[in-house]
Design a protein around this ligand. Structure first.
Ligand code: OXD
Ligand code: MN
Length: 594
């Protein structure tokens, strides 16, 4: 497929380590993909679903001990420990290569090495970056074919260059004790071993498009962010683009694909999806920020996805889709997950592949009793999404009018507030906090600080990352305005107050009105909040003006508690937190004490 000597010698070196029986290049063709699907079905790695209802759709189950990203086994391996920062786990690169080499040794014996040349971003655009993943898993190949742009044109675009990310993956024994997801940003290299779960093994996604890319972005003057991108079209046909960062499983895919409430739909508003997880952002010639989604598909959380919460995502999964760890309805040979509908299958296998009794389902023990694992996924093609943006394949990206940060806070953060400027907006991003979810292994429901939703994904020191944000601000003549939202405030009984989902558009409309200078706001110690009457609640049954007032309150006491927590967090990040952010923290504290 190539004569590129950098590529060939690296493959040679890796294959002498892992000892495959043979090497197969993935060319992106439908014939080859069909062949691989047939092989995977023959071995049970995939189950072909009812092809009438779900054409070209398959089910896969991972190992039971391998169902989520593993942050405690994810390492940034820079030569100087300080460059990885205190938030990341660090290993010395020489030590790490040696340690993992032992685990890789002969791990492909009797297996095929698949070589996947892929591009993050449209091949040939200024944004695009190339990677090659070596893997022993057909499941990984088939997922990469959906999530990235794969094939000969990628290798042609690479030419003789050595500028590609080298990814080595082995499911090996899937041994939890020896599972490692290691990044060597200084070598453009990713090594992942003993896992078969998406976030750990689809190396183009979190590993490359966030951890390695954030490192490259700092070096080269651009940004790699954990953000969805959506376009909001008004009745005149003008589209404004918004990028938004939320921690894992806070509804990024739902927001990216939202269906406007009736009042807006009738008036002719539309929402278009550019991306649901990752944004690569550069400064354009006009001094605005331009964003692309470097992925080519969606790796979405299945449970909770239904006709009402995310009709567009559901439609996207109806063809050419790989489902992972969902419930298998044996009567219809289809799939099911919690909250898909009220008709759980009575003759089904759960995510572990065991006979499942839907009556035993207990919300408090989802992992134990649910039909689908709470972090079960669909891998679906972006082109199958009914609301995919016409700019999805744009070479220059879409201009950003607003950036939104959000978290899952039961009490502190109001429904929405606007930062005063880029520096303050960077501060607002740096203090983001949320409750942990099932997307990463570990405890669920604990509040943790998650700056820009990038805590698990920055490939270098977090303080340096903040500095990079501030430096980018200096290069943007027309910066987007920065906001913070919280859809998850609860009442004293623990119920969500704001309806969320499509109704979040009402908040987006205020945000765009602010960006256009069309609406006033109230200055508070934390930034600008809306006047309650400026959030359009027409047609909402359970929300009145008092509810909105309540959602917009800034409780000084809980914010002052937060300030103490932020101080601790900044101290934990260490000496590289920029002075400008400490100034913002001091201003916040002084404002709250006024
Ligand atoms: C994801 C995540 O899978 O953030 O997108 O965990
Ligand atoms: Mn994500």
């Amino acid at each position: 497929m190539t004569t590129n000597k950098h590529v060939l010698s690296w493959i040679e070196e890796m294959s002498s380590l892992v000892s495959p029986e043979k090497i197969v290049w993935i060319d992106g063709s439908e014939e080859q993909a069909n062949d691989l699907r047939a092989q995977a079905c023959a071995t049970g790695e995939l189950v072909a679903l009812n092809q009438e209802e779900y054409p070209n759709c398959y089910l896969h189950r991972t190992a039971i001990n391998d169902v989520a990203r593993v942050e405690n086994r994810t390492f940034i391996c820079t030569r100087n420990k300080e460059d990885a920062g205190t938030i990341n786990h660090w290993m010395d690169p020489t030590e790490c290569y040696a340690k993992l080499s032992k685990l890789y040794k002969n791990s492909y014996r009797g297996k095929t090495m698949y070589v996947i040349p892929y591009s993050m971003g449209v091949v040939g655009s200024d944004f695009a970056k190339i990677g090659i993943e070596l893997t022993d898993s057909i499941y990984v190949v088939l997922n990469m074919l959906i999530m990235t742009r794969v094939g000969k044109n990628v290798i042609d675009a690479l030419g003789d260059s050595a500028d590609f990310v080298k990814g080595l993956h082995a499911v090996a024994d899937c041994d939890e004790e020896n599972r490692y997801i290691c990044h060597f940003p200084e070598d453009n290299t990713i090594w992942s071993v003993n896992s078969g779960y998406g976030g750990n093994v689809l190396l183009g996604k979190k590993c490359f498009a966030l951890r390695i890319a954030s490192y490259l972005g700092r070096k080269e003057g651009w940004m790699a962010e954990h953000m969805l991108i959506l376009g909001l079209e008004n009745p005149q046909g003008e589209v404004q683009y918004i990028a938004a960062a939320f921690p894992s499983a806070c509804g990024k895919t739902n927001l990216a694909m939202l269906i406007p409430p009736e009042i807006y739909k009738k008036a002719g508003y539309k929402v278009w999806t550019v991306g649901d997880d990752i944004a690569w952002i550069r400064v354009g010639e006009d001094g605005r920020l331009y964003a692309v989604n470097p992925e080519n598909g969606f790796f979405g959380v299945a449970p909770g996805t239904n006709e009402h919460s995310n009709y567009n995502a559901l439609m996207t999964t109806k063809r050419d889709c790989i489902f992972t760890n969902v419930c298998h309805d044996l009567d219809n040979n289809t799939v099911w997950w919690e909250d898909l509908n009220d008709n759980p299958p009575t003759n089904a296998l759960n995510w572990r592949g065991e006979k499942w009794d839907y009556k035993a389902y207990n919300k408090a023990d989802k992992v134990g009793t649910a039909g689908a694992h709470p972090n079960s996924r669909f891998t679906a093609k972006a082109e199958n999404c009914p609301c995919i943006s016409s700019e999805f394949n744009s070479l220059k990206g879409v201009p950003l009018t607003a950036i939104i940060f959000g978290g899952r806070r039961a009490k502190t953060a109001p429904l929405v507030y606007q930062s005063r400027d880029w520096q303050h907006g960077t501060f607002v991003g740096s203090i983001m906090a949320s409750e942990t979810t099932a997307a990463a292994a570990g405890k669920v429901g604990v509040v943790r600080r998650d700056p820009m939703a990038m805590r698990p994904f920055v490939g270098y020191d977090m303080g340096d990352y903040f500095e990079h944000w501030l430096n980018m601000g200096k290069k943007i003549a027309n910066p987007p305005k920065i906001f913070h939202v919280n859809w998850f405030r609860t009442d004293d009984a623990g119920h969500f107050i704001w309806p969320g989902f499509g109704d979040n558009m009402r908040v987006l409309m205020w945000i765009l009105a602010r960006c256009a200078g069309e609406v006033e706001a109230v200055e508070t110690p934390i930034g600008f909040v809306p006047k309650a009457e400026d959030i359009n609640i027409e047609g909402l049954a359970d929300v009145n003006l008092d509810t909105v007032r309540d959602l917009l309150t800034v409780d000084k006491k809980s914010w002052l508690e937060d300030v103490e927590n932020i101080k601790e967090f900044y101290a934990q990040i260490g000496g590289r937190v920029p002075a400008a952010l400490y100034d913002e923290l001091a201003t916040l504290e002084a404002n709250l004490n006024k």
